[in-house]
Design a binder for this molecule. Structure first.
Ligand code: MRU
Length: 351
């Protein structure tokens, strides 16, 4: 289905919306060439959409999994048991291992099920639905707050380098690092964005460029390898990145290539800020060494978008994320404010 009717939640673009006992999900694998909204009504479809990155970005997959848990109750019917819901939770949890927002959202939904287990199916369903919508709304609110905190860090006329896609598409709506760009642009403080194309899935070239065009923010794409030369020319004031999991000591896992940018930033004396909601912080993970790093199918490197780049028989390594050590970060922006090094998130509460 080709459509311009993109999903919206609370009036803003959202990659996923729950309505009439199903999920409307913008298929990000087809962007920017096609704007296709899928209709998901089964947990298996939700798991497939997350695994294949029809929806991606740590907060967005958390929100999607929360709605997936709602579908789980719906699919199981009046006999839905805690045991069945825990099985569904594991199915969704196993789709992508690095982004902690996924587990965080699933655990939150399981807790609601436990609390209402003794009630009628309709009551459980309503409670789960309300919780997923609340979680979704909270994510948007967190993004707006981070936008404000982050924009204050930037100089007037800022020229910013970013990686991957951290916009509305990667979240419940508005964006994290991209939300800072959005806010800074609205307040007249942002001059220009450089967006890394972000091999191999090209989230920068396909998705960030799509959002920047819609928002009318001036930008240029660059190949990932061009970032060092760009920074050496003094063309950039700061680097903004998202995160998929931040350990208790501030080590931050994000899209592959972020660590390289952080090393470059240090060398060139340019600040790198990570922008992520507290749902991305995992106080139970002491340091980056214990963050599980997803390795995806080598085919994504060998034949991006099904176009064979490498000769038949070539092999590839395809880690989806890397870990930037905390000492390379100038700050971590969350919805509670800007955290400066040294970081210590051990006491951050979890529901
Ligand atoms: O593999 P992806 O596209 O899910 O990776 C996304 C990122 O690395 C983002 O930077 C991160 O999830 C933060 S998005 C607000």
């Amino acid at each position: 289905m080709k459509t311009k009717n993109l999903p919206r939640y609370q009036g803003i673009l959202s990659p996923v919306v729950y309505r009439d006992h199903g999920i409307d999900l913008l298929d990000q694998t087809l962007l920017p060439q096609q704007e296709v909204v899928l209709r998901l009504t089964r947990v298996e479809q939700v798991a497939e959409a997350i695994q294949t990155m029809r929806v991606r970005g740590a907060p967005a997959i958390g929100v999607t999994a929360a709605y997936g848990m709602v579908l789980g109750v719906e699919n199981e019917g009046p006999s839905a048991s805690l045991q069945q819901m825990e099985r569904i939770a594991e199915e969704l949890r196993g789709t992508r291992p690095t982004a902690v927002n996924l587990s965080w959202a699933i655990d939150r939904m399981l807790q609601v099920f436990r609390t209402h287990e003794a009630q009628s199916h309709d009551e459980i369903y309503e409670a789960m639905c309300a919780e997923a919508r609340r979680l979704h709304a909270e994510d948007i609110e967190a993004n707006r707050r981070m936008g404000g905190f982050g924009a204050e860090l930037l100089p007037e006329g800022a020229r910013i380098l970013t990686i991957c896609n951290t916009g509305a598409l990667a979240t419940g709506g508005f964006g994290t690092a991209y939300g800072v760009l959005r806010t800074a642009y609205e307040t007249g403080n942002l001059d220009f964005v450089y967006a890394c194309e972000t091999r191999p899935r090209l989230q920068g070239a396909r998705l960030t460029a799509w959002e920047l065009l819609q928002d009318g923010i001036p930008f240029k794409l660059l190949s990932d390898g061009a970032a060092a030369y760009l920074l050496s020319r003094g063309e950039v004031h700061a680097i903004l990145a998202g995160a998929d999991r931040i350990a208790a000591n501030g080590d931050a896992a994000n899209k592959i290539g972020t660590y390289g940018l952080a090393v470059l930033a240090k060398h060139h004396g340019i600040p790198l800020y990570v922008v992520a909601p507290t749902s991305t912080i995992d106080p139970a993970t002491p340091s980056g060494a214990s963050i599980p790093i997803e390795e995806r199918d080598p085919h994504e490197v060998l034949a991006p978008r099904e176009v064979p780049f490498a000769p038949r028989g070539a092999k590839a390594w395809n880690p989806a994320f890397d870990v930037t050590p905390a000492p390379l970060l100038s700050g971590i922006v969350t919805e509670t404010g800007v955290h400066h090094p040294p970081f210590d998130f051990r006491s951050l509460g979890r529901p």
